[in-house]
Design a protein around this ligand. Structure first.
Ligand code: FES
Length: 104
């Protein structure tokens, strides 16, 4: 994983515990969620019918899609009812008060 691939997405202070926010690094739809102080990044489009996950609910590590209530683990991207389906997951890091994601 090259250092060149880290893309700034938002200031660390902008994402509060237990919240999600949409971001679009290089035009890719990515939702960020902070749980237990850690920032997780997954694809922002539900694997069912592409509804925007950031408008859903975050409970602990579980994102619930707003459209048909499919639930995903924000750490792994896995659909809880059928783990063979999953959202893309992206590594994140926080440095100097800024959050970066790696799309590769
Ligand atoms: S689009 Fe997400 S559950 Fe249907």
């Amino acid at each position: 994983m090259s250092a060149m691939n880290w893309i700034y997405v938002l200031d660390d202070a902008a994402l509060l515990e237990g919240h999600m926010t949409p971001t679009y690094p290089l035009g890719v739809n990515v939702v960020l969620a902070r749980v237990g102080g850690v920032v997780y990044a997954v694809s922002g489009k539900c694997v069912h019918m592409a509804c925007p996950l950031f408008t859903g609910k975050l409970n602990g590590y579980t994102i619930t899609c707003p459209c048909h209530d499919w639930r995903f683990d924000v750490r792994t991207g896995k659909f809880l009812d059928a783990p063979e389906l999953s959202l893309a997951v992206y590594p994140t890091k926080s440095e100097a008060g800024k959050v970066f994601v790696n799309l590769n």
